[in-house]
Design a protein around this ligand. Sequence first.
Ligand SMILES: [Zn+2]
Length: 133
Amino acid sequence: MTVKPGFSALAGDDGAEPTAAVDYRLAREATLQAWRSGQLKRHEVCDAQRELHRNAEFCGRPTERQCPVCEETDLVEVTYVFGSRLPKHGRCVTTQAEMQRLERRTAPATGYEVEVCTGCGWNHLIWRRELGG
Ligand SMILES: [Zn+2]
């Protein structure tokens, strides 16, 4: 299953269609379903690491989607790029210009978008896409 990235910064800089992303919404629904049915405990689905919390606060993009778990806090989306000559923990991308620079690199890299609740710690991968190369 593929989907176009929702983050406009991931559009090609020449107006070309971005590479299709792998969509993780079904996996996300399955995780939420497992939590609602009691197969997963809340601490198992709300396990955002400190680093992810910090990135969500400093380079996340706020959404108007409410957290599906605590239903109290709006979700934040964080985009990461991992690849050679990038930080080991990935680079947290906040601007379209930065994403375009990463797109133009010849070294392959992978972009990930994660949604995070800074209230309860819920987090899940939304999509993944190959960049550059
Ligand atoms: Zn929450």
